[in-house]
Ligand binder design. Structure first.
Ligand code: HAM
Length: 428
């Protein structure tokens, strides 16, 4: 019988060594940008009552096929969260945070029982941002805020080759009209539809448009467009988005087949797509839109909201392909060739760590060769060590990239100097 004691469950992964450095770097950037844009951090449980998801996205694959649903020991119907927006709606209702405009940020694992492949996991991380209960007059500026946030995060990660796809899904009444027209249209081509599309024909014909296989077929490309059903208000709304994008020089592509996988969207929807096909195909690494009808599903009066979520694994892959250099955080490795030197190093490590430097040291004596090898392997930028004929009260510091040495005083450590060499402002 196969033992599972040395393998993680299918579709999951461990974050170790270099990967964890990248993961933490990216997570820090999200927290930093959440602060810059004044989003407040929200943490909700990773499991909720299943109803939270079933009520808000009842026709989506995420709920019908991919939900990790289970009964607890008291027969409560629970589900591991597949996404963060619905739990946030539940939380703001529960804590009465729904009366005024709020900005929320979350970062954590989500769960979907999907077929694992590159960039697709059963447990994956999302960073999400939600602006709830905004005033309708601020519609295009709220969109601008969310899109700018995504663009600025990508800029920080030096990710450039992406595309922003947008669409406008109007309201549920218009979508119903449009759905009827689509169903009528697709019924003419029923023999050419995939089995999954035939089942979507009644409940969710819009999903046929953005299905990977269907979207390449000519009759799907020539299907009626949602823009043919837009009201005067819809056109005005859409134009207000376009003109704000033009004003702020935001590049976008209009894609009338973009409908998103979850059911709760209306008005504006968008996706950020990796043009470099790092993950084999042009995968979406962030997506979102407006969801003005979710509050009612929880028993609140409807209000306007918009949000976005990033897929962190996908972002990490794109980031790695752009920045192949090793990320090192360690500033100093303190090499001790004898027990006595190791004790001195401990004293120095205490002082350096108090000054917020990142420091590590060996705890059993090493030969000169092994000492420097260990320092290099640690990824540290500099090594401290005692030369054989080092003057008392002094220590040598070696730049591990250039191998240049310098002697510094231990009696009066110049921390400012150490900071400048770590920042690369002064060279050793
Ligand atoms: P979503 O498009 O379902 O939207 O997921 C957002 C992102 O999560 C995707 O663009 C993708 O990068 C990543 N993702 C989704 N499924 C997987 C998976 N199985 N493995 C790896 N990454 C995955 C939402 O979840 C909405 N809640 C976003 C939102 C926030 N809309 C409004 N506010």
């Amino acid at each position: 019988m196969k033992s599972f004691l040395n393998s993680n469950p299918k579709g999951t992964y461990d974050i170790v060594e270099q990967e964890s450095e990248i993961f933490l770097k990216i997570r820090n950037i999200f927290f930093q940008y959440a602060r810059k844009f004044n989003f407040s951090y929200i943490e909700t449980p990773i499991f909720e009552y299943a109803e939270i998801f079933e009520k808000t996205s009842q026709d989506s694959d995420v709920v019908t096929k991919e939900l990790y649903k289970f009964l607890d020991k008291s027969n409560r119907q629970l589900a591991l969260r597949p996404e963060g927006t619905a739990p946030i709606m539940r939380a703001i209702w529960q804590h009465k945070l729904h009366q005024v405009e709020k900005k929320f940020f979350y970062f954590g694992p989500m769960f979907r029982y999907e077929k694992p492949q590159k960039g697709r996991f059963r447990q994956f991380y999302q960073a999400g941002f939600e602006i709830t209960n905004y005033k309708s007059q601020s519609f295009s500026l709220q969109i601008l805020e969310v899109i700018l946030l995504v663009i600025k995060i990508l800029e920080n990660l030096k990710i450039q080759n992406y595309q922003l796809k947008i669409n406008y899904l109007s309201n549920s009444q218009t979508r119903q009209e449009y759905s009827r027209a689509l169903t009528q249209y697709f019924e003419k081509y029923i023999d050419k539809l995939e089995p999954i599309s035939k089942s979507r024909l009644k409940n969710n014909p819009l999903r046929i448009l953005d299905d990977k296989i269907e979207s390449s077929k000519d009759f799907v490309k020539s299907a009626p467009k949602i823009s043919d059903f837009w009201s005067v208000d819809d056109k005005e709304n859409f134009n207000s988005i376009i003109s704000i994008f033009e004003k702020f020089k935001i590049n976008y592509v209009i894609d009338y087949s973009l409908v998103r996988g979850l059911d709760y969207y209306d008005e504006f929807v968008f996706e950020f797509i990796d043009n470099d096909k790092i993950l084999g195909s042009k995968l979406t690494f962030a997506g979102g839109g407006c969801y003005n009808n979710l509050p009612r599903k929880f028993g609140m009066a409807n209000f306007k909201s918009i949000g976005v979520a990033f897929g962190i694994e996908r972002l990490i892959e794109i980031f790695k392909s752009n920045s192949p250099t090793k990320l090192t955080n360690l500033d100093f490795y303190l090499i001790g060739f004898s027990q006595d030197e190791i004790l001195k190093n401990f004293e120095l490590a205490i002082l350096l760590r108090e000054q917020n430097f990142q420091v590590d040291l060996n705890k059993s004596p090493l030969s000169i060769k092994d000492g420097f090898q260990k320092a290099k392997k640690s990824g540290a930028k500099f090594a401290f060590f005692f030369e054989k004929d080092e003057q008392p009260g002094q220590i040598s510091i070696k730049n591990l990239q250039t191998s240049i040495n310098k002697v510094i005083s231990l009696l009066n450590i110049d921390f400012e100097f150490l900071r400048t060499i770590i920042d690369g402002e002064t060279h050793v």
